[in-house]
Design a protein around this ligand. Sequence first.
Ligand code: SF4
Length: 290
Amino acid sequence: MQVKLARKRGFCFGVEDAIELAERTLAEHEPGHVVALGPVIHNRQVVEQLERAGLNQSAELERLAPHTTVLIRSHGVGPETYDQARDLQLELVDATCVLVKRAQTVVRQLHEEGYQVVMIGDANHPEVRGVTSYAPNVIVVDREEDLAAALPSRGRLGIVAQTTHAPEHVAQMIGAIARHPFRELKIVNTLCLEVVRRQEAAAELAREVDVMFVLGGLHSANTQELARICSEVGVDTYHLETWGQFRPEMARGHQVAGVTAGASTPDFIINEFADQLRQFDPLPGSPSTT
Ligand code: SF4
């Protein structure tokens, strides 16, 4: 089968930095003495690799012995976690992505300037939970139909977005917010261009192929967004973690497949998938199309 790869795909600099920091921290400590506060990134295979190298995981700081080394993942955490870690005498290694750190700072500044802070994003995503704890009463909205109930009736809004959201979705939400009678809207662009470039490349490739495969953690927000964008182009789209989840019926009858991957998907998964797919015959009995 003919396979085309998106020109921008896979690891972003934030994820690369987080993995490098985790590996360096593990190399400097005895196995089992470094604990990550949740999965370092949203990719099961990478997390398992780090666990094999000695990384433990915990969701609760209070269970850890003093002086344990705790790794904060790329999605970041709220200020109360830093305070609690200091009180418990834990040693923090901070792998929060610089762009997530910036969103945290912006939220605090908007609040200090007197704005009601609104974050466009998924309220359950760890990045959003962390960012919104840098100011009191941050409103989180992700769907136009929720705006009327969620927003105040008037005032000054300071608006940010989850780093991994698509610009089109954010623009649509801001347009809908602007229909309400707010005297001032201050919008700070917190979108990650690494993600935007992957979204543009995915949409471009989806228009050229018969079927798209989007590789990455099933819980990864930026990978889910890539799959949504490819589906919206109108091409059959499958969001898979690895080649192990591929089924022949996904590609049967198609000639050209596109492959892209979220910002937390390592090259070895993308390369294995593309290599295997090139060997796959989507039209058994016909002359080879590769
Ligand atoms: S996707 Fe963007 S915001 Fe998220 S870790 Fe990567 S560089 Fe940072």
